[in-house]
Unconditional design. Structure first.
Length: 106
């Protein structure tokens, strides 16, 4: 069983999503649905706090890329916070590190 926890703090047009555990094929669909719901509610400035993220696979990366695309289409933004070295390396290796402004490094 994959362990994943999501906590969301919202304001009128933004949300901070705190990710903990493993974001993979088993857990990514729930996060995707949550992101789509937030954006449909007008929260188009998203920050993903990744400090507690222990693992992310290609499906999880796809959710982050999809969130960025949806936010940009709605004139919003996506930022990452608390990026650990392993995630930073993965973003660089996959060539998508430039897509996500980083607020802080863990």
């Amino acid at each position: 069983m994959t362990l994943f926890d999501l906590h969301t703090d919202v304001t009128s047009d933004s949300a901070r999503l705190t990710l903990k555990g493993e974001l993979d094929t088993a857990t990514a669909p729930d996060l995707r649905d949550h992101v789509v719901r937030l954006i449909s509610e007008g929260r188009t400035r998203l920050t993903f706090d990744c400090a507690g993220l222990e693992f992310i696979d290609s499906t999880g990366l796809g959710v982050l890329i999809g969130a960025r695309a949806r936010c940009l289409a709605a004139n919003g933004t996506v930022q990452l916070a608390g990026v650990r070295p392993a995630l930073r390396r993965l973003l660089a290796v996959t060539g998508i590190d430039g897509l996500f402004p980083e607020l802080s490094a863990a």
